[in-house]
Design a protein around this ligand. Structure first.
Ligand SMILES: Nc1ncnc2c1ncn2[C@@H]1O[C@H](COP(=O)(O)OP(=O)(O)OP(=O)(O)O)[C@@H](O)[C@H]1O
Ligand SMILES: [Mg+2]
Length: 289
């Protein structure tokens, strides 16, 4: 299958005082057309830095080296305006912190309409209709209200949904989504993931999906890249890695998640159910129940 994005030996250093501090070391991966690559890693492992450097979003204090080839063009050597032109219709990015993605002085609706019109020959009315449809599709119950509101009037989860809706609406070839569903409750997360997956399959767009949650990635990604302390420690077919991780650190990440799931199940299993399986910590008489 055709490669859409090829990242090779991507390294990032940040200047601190007179010395440079290495934050990413030789990150390499390929994203095939129409497929979804999940990036998994603990907090601080370098997931967001990887996306930001691919998108040219890091400030001048960072030194980025390596190559990022998108449809054969090296993104790292593009000028600011060229990169801006690519964002949106070519590559859409869903940021980890949705608040920073919106202008606080403009209504959500006017920002959506403006963005839609930048990417296609739509009349204001058509752009408005499409934007409202995208909000409805993202499960926002009162799209007209959201349309009129400003970023600070919406919750983090609502803003995330607006951002996902907008990204999908623009129909890009590549979506880079940095923890797009983290601020959502599990039911909403489930619905959004389904919608995300449907649109990506229909439009055959490629997705780089960042999450610290293997459960989320297992639902949407074909391949997996596992990061640890700024390096790639494992990559390949998601099912293969889940069943037989090659790195001990990956195994550790999976075990931690399983332990959490187990604790969660215990906490949510009704008391009577639980007591049939295990001894209660305190005898019922002692707790008064
Ligand atoms: N300007 C900077 N100076 C020093 N360290 C930095 C700088 N920018 C980023 N880092 C460090 O780089 C590492 C990777 O950060 P990054 O934001 O990519 O993590 P992440 O994997 O996205 O984590 P999270 O899951 O919490 O979002 C972190 O340890 C962070 O502290
Ligand atoms: Mg991050």
């Amino acid at each position: 299958m055709e490669t859409l994005l090829a990242v090779k030996n991507l390294s990032v250093e940040v200047r601190s005082g007179t010395e440079g501090k290495r934050l990413l070391r030789d990150v390499s991966f390929e994203l095939r057309k129409g497929s979804c690559l999940g990036i998994l890693g603990e907090s601080g492992s370098g997931k967001s830095l990887t996306c930001k450097s691919v998108m040219g979003l890091l400030g001048p204090e960072y030194r980025v080296s390596g190559t990022v080839a998108y449809k054969g063009r090296d993104l790292l050597s593009l000028r600011r305006e060229e990169m801006r032109a690519l964002r949106g219709s070519g590559i859409a990015m869903i940021l980890q912190n949705p608040m920073t993605a919106f202008d606080p002085l403009l209504s959500i609706g006017s920002q959506m309409v403006e963005t839609v019109r930048q990417h296609g020959p739509f009349s204001p009315a058509e752009a408005r209709r499409r934007s409202l449809d995208a909000l409805t599709l993202m499960g926002l119950r009162h799209p007209d209200d959201v349309f009129r509101q400003y970023a600070h009037q919406l919750s983090g989860g609502m803003l995330q949904r607006v951002m996902i809706g907008l990204a999908l609406l623009l129909g890009p070839d590549l979506i880079i989504a940095d923890e797009p569903t983290t601020a959502l409750d599990t039911v909403t997360q489930d619905e959004i993931l389904k919608e995300f997956d449907r649109v990506r399959r229909e439009r055959r767009c490629s997705v780089l999906f960042i999450s610290h949650d293997l459960g989320v990635l297992a639902r949407i990604a074909d391949d997996l890249l596992v990061m640890d302390r700024g390096e790639v420690i494992e990559q390949g077919d998601l099912r293969r890695i889940c069943s037989a991780p090659r790195s001990r650190r990956t195994g550790h990440l999976f075990d931690t998640r399983l332990m959490l799931l187990d604790a969660f199940r215990k906490a949510t299993t009704p008391r009577e159910e639980r007591s049939r399986h295990e001894e209660p910590l305190l005898a019922p008489a002692a707790t008064g129940f």
